[in-house]
Ligand binder design. Sequence first.
Ligand code: 2RA
Length: 335
Amino acid sequence: KSYNIAIVGPMGMVGRKITSILAERDFPINKLKLLGTEKNKGKKVTFKERTIYTEVAKKGAFKDVDIAFFCAGNEVSKDLAPIAIEEGALVIDNSSRWRMDPKIPLVVPEVNPEDLDWHQGLVANPNCSTIQMLVVLKPIHRRYGIKRVVVSTYQAVSGTGKRAIDELNSQVEDYISKNRITNSVYPYQILFNALPHIDSFLDTGYTKEEMKMIDETKKILGKDIQVTATTVRIPVFTAHAESVNVETKLPMDIDDLTTILNYSKGIKVLDYPGKNIYPIPINCAGKDHVFVGRIRKDYSIENGVNMWIVADNLRKGAALNAVQIAETLIDRDLL
Ligand code: 2RA
């Protein structure tokens, strides 16, 4: 069987990635519709040697669509996703608009595929930094029971979008040509810097990105798990890195834990510190796995472990996870 697929927001970074991942994985597609803004109408996109012209995302466009990937931001998801569902499409939404709605499953296929079973036409894709952390936390939680997680992130500029990639590139050029370095996307120069500020600040002092990591982890893994987060932007183009401290209920043997992670779906352990082998963003960009290394006992508490988790934020953190949701829905006969 093959499916009619739509991508809403096909010209953005995630939309383009979804298109290329659908081709790479040979997703069973009958017809691919690329639905963008009025301004982008008629743009040419190549898909598996075929040329597709973008159309306008609007009411009526979803009547012949089986699965619609939404990656055009919260407002578009808020307005158009209910229309797409009404017209018969199953929506996989990359925005944060529906993630915390208790009636909407929030899914990482390696972690909670069973939550797809209660979908009502829309499945939400979690935040990029949450997805990669949860792929690693799930097998730990299953075996040892997680009590508390303390995470600090080192996030790539592509998480902000194309304008941020352009800003970092032009700051590199300005630095080399000894021009004045300017910034507009971030409040400070990102080149040679680290900004403890992703998304906007809330009254509590936390950022929205930090709250996404906390709230989404609880929704997916369980509300009893305590989570605290600090999210930081660094001058890397692709792949987010995270330092994660986990406290468990049961004692962990680090060798056993490493073996469990090694055999878990979607994870690759890279952990030979004596040979300088550990995951780094440059090597993880463009890959599908979540990479984990620097796995070591936390001697400051009874049952604790520290680790370093890296994954491509545009692939597993967004487009790939969305496509895997679609594949899992098909496998579970839920379309
Ligand atoms: C970021 N989490 O990296 C965002 C992208 N969704 O800014």
